[in-house]
Design a protein around this ligand. Structure first.
Ligand code: 2DT
Ligand code: MG
Length: 212
C-alpha cells in the first residue's frame, strides 16, 4: 500500500573491539528481522570483495605495507564505493545490519596517532546510521575469548588504544550493550533496540549524513 512505498529500512551499525561478538550478533539480528517478516541484509566493512577491499585485506594480513594515511583513505573509499547502493537498498525498504563502519575507521586510525578531525574528514557525507550499538567489553576480557587471529591490529596493546579512541567517539545516541553477558542476553537486548529503530524509520524518519 501507499504507506509501505514511503517506508524505508534502517541503517544499523554494530561497533566494538575485536572479539566483542559483532559478527555473530549481526547475523542473528538479520535472522531475527527476517523472522519478523522484515527485509534485512548483513553488510560489513571493510568489504573485502571490491578492488579497494582487496588492497585493504592485503594490508590487514600483512601481505602489503601502506602509510597510515593511505590505508585510512582506502577504508573510507571502501565505504564511499558502497554509499549509493546502501541508499538504494534503504529506500527500497531493506534494513542494513552493518558490521563496523566509520567509527571503526576513525577509532583505529586515530589510535595509531592520526589526528581525529583529519580522520573524520573523508567520512563527511556518508550516510549516518540510524542506530549505533556498541558491544562493550574490556580489551583484557576480549583477548581471553578464544584469542585473536594473525591480522594487523589483533593485539592486546593496540586494542587498548582503540578502546580509548572509541570512547572519544561515543555520543548520547549510541546504545551501549554489555558484551560480557551471554550471547542470548546480548541478542535479546539488541533485538529490542533494533526493532524500535526499524519502526521509527518505517514511520518516515529522514536519512541523514555524517557527521551531523
Ligand atoms: P574485521 O576484523 O571486522 O574484518 O576488520 N578497520 C575497519 C579499520 O581500521 N578501519 C575501518 O574503517 C574499518 C571498517 C578494524 C578488520 C580490521 O579493520 C579495522 C579491524
Ligand atoms: Mg578482525
Amino acid at each position: 500500500d501507499d504507506n509501505n512505498k514511503e517506508s524505508r529500512g534502517a541503517l544499523v551499525v554494530l561497533e566494538g573491539l575485536d572479539r566483542s561478538g559483532k559478527s555473530s550478533q549481526c547475523s542473528r539480528l538479520v535472522s531475527y528481522l527476517e523472522g519478523q517478516g522484515l527485509s534485512a541484509e548483513l553488510w560489513r566493512f571493510p568489504d573485502r570483495t571490491t578492488n579497494v577491499g582487496q588492497m585493504i585485506s592485503a594490508y590487514l594480513s600483512n601481505a602489503s605495507q601502506l602509510d597510515d594515511h593511505t590505508i585510512h583513505l582506502l577504508f573510507s573509499a571502501n565505504r564511499w564505493e558502497k554509499r549509493s547502493l546502501m541508499e538504494t537498498k534503504l529506500k527500497s525498504g531493506i534494513t542494513l545490519i552493518v558490521d563496523r563502519y566509520s567509527y571503526s575507521g576513525v577509532a583505529f586510525s586515530s589510535a595509531k596517532g592520526l589526528d581525529i578531525e583529519w580522520c573524520k574528514a573523508p567520512e563527511i557525507g556518508l550516510l549516518a546510521p540510524d542506530l549505533v550499538a556498541y558491544l562493550d567489553i574490556s580489551p583484557d576480557k576480549a583477548a581471553k575469548r578464544g584469542g585473536y587471529g594473525d591480522e594487523r591490529y589483533e593485539k592486546l596493546e593496540f586494542q587498548k588504544k582503540v578502546a580509548e579512541h572509541y570512547k572519544v567517539l561515543h555520543d548520547a545516541s549510541w546504545k551501549v550493550v554489555d558484551a560480557c553477558q551471554t550471547i542470548e542476553d546480548v541478542e535479546k537486548q539488541l533485538q529490542e533496540i533494533v526493532l524500535s529503530c526499524v519502526t521509527e524509520c518505517q514511520k518516515g524518519k529522514a536519512l541523514s549524513s555524517l557527521w551531523s
